[in-house]
Design a protein. Structure first.
Ligand SMILES: NC(=O)c1ccc[n+]([C@@H]2O[C@H](COP(=O)([O-])OP(=O)(O)OC[C@H]3O[C@@H](n4cnc5c(N)ncnc54)[C@H](O)[C@@H]3O)[C@@H](O)[C@H]2O)c1
Length: 279
């Protein structure tokens, strides 16, 4: 049965495919790039972080796959064009795009954010995703179809206090995904969003400098208490869901925003470790 395939068969899901991953030098993007490469994909990795890209390229090379690197900011739309161009010239095709690069941005009461904060959050978390999704269409059609995965957040589905700009951009990424899924369905291109719950990556640690140590630790405890599985997620768990949505196993799935959140979104806020109620 299809859904009971073993690791050996699963490991070829992306053989011969070329996939761009933005924000690939760290956290969830890095885990996605490694997972996709481990299943046969050649990768174009985009990030600001030169050292992180070098480490990723080395790690992917060790698996026998190819990884092209592009250093720069996704705010520069020309970089997204260059990434697509690189996939087509180097690998002859573009099959997948993971619009993952993002920032947490400032935290604070709604009225405290500034127009500059707003513009920066839109440019990094939304405009780049919009542009990548737009620019990938033609080369994906030329490759016989494709799959786009936009990394949103649970914060795009449920508001987080004092994190309005982040939540607004992530909610917009979900709407963008719905609209692109509608317009690209006839082209054989699926477009989905991933909504991670809390994963302890550097972006999450940014909250420490935003909030200070005490408030950060208290927010951390609260997040764990609210997550049904009683822990943070791991980047590799996000990458597993991302790989599924990008793969042909998800061939009838488009336009969804998938929570990968350990039950955070349906939690009643009680601690996950409390004993079950008696029958
Ligand atoms: N970690 C979480 O708890 C969590 C939860 C929900 C959603 N997300 C989302 O997942 C995505 C990845 O986050 P992460 O947790 O892996 O964070 P991370 O900080 O570990 O990785 C983000 C990567 O994006 C890169 N990046 C940032 N701005 C960029 C830019 N302008 N141009 C190019 N690269 C840029 C960074 O250099 C970094 O390598 C983000 O979109 C984030 O909003 C994370």
């Amino acid at each position: 049965m299809n859904d009971l395939r073993g690791d050996a068969e699963r490991s070829a899901r992306f053989a011969g495919r070329a996939i761009i991953v933005t924000g690939a030098a760290s956290g969830i993007g890095r885990a996605c790039a490694l997972r996709l490469a481990s299943e046969g994909a050649d990768i174009v990795a985009v990030d600001l972080d030169a050292a992180g890209l070098t480490a990723l390229v080395d790690e992917i090379a060790a698996t026998g796959r190819l990884c092209e690197r592009l250093e720069g900011s996704v705010v520069d739309l020309g970089l997204m064009d260059a990434a697509i161009e690189r996939a087509v010239t180097r690998f002859g095709r573009l099959d997948g795009l993971v619009n993952n690069a993002g920032i947490g941005g400032p935290m604070g009461r709604f009225d405290r954010s500034t127009p500059d904060d707003f513009d920066q959050m839109i440019a990094v978390n939304l405009r780049s995703v919009w542009y990548g999704t737009k620019a990938a269409r033609a080369p994906m059609i030329a490759s016989g179809g494709g799959s786009i995965l936009n990394v949103s957040s649970m914060a795009g589905l449920v508001p987080n206090r004092h994190h309005s700009l982040y939540g607004m951009t992530k909610a917009a990424v979900i709407s963008l995904t719905h609209h692109a899924a509608m317009d690209y369905a006839g082209d054989g291109i699926r477009v989905n969003a991933l909504c991670p719950g809390p994963v302890e990556t550097p972006i999450f640690e940014q909250m420490r400098s935003n909030l200070g140590d005490d408030a950060f630790e208290s927010a951390r405890r609260q997040l764990i208490r609210r997550t049904l599985l009683g822990r943070f997620g791991q980047a590799a768990e996000q990458a597993a869901a991302a790989a599924f949505l990008l793969s042909s196993e998800a061939s009838f799935i488009t336009g969804i925003a998938l929570p990968v959140d350990g039950g955070w979104s349906i939690s009643d806020g009680q601690t996950a470790t409390r004993p079950s109620a008696p029958d």
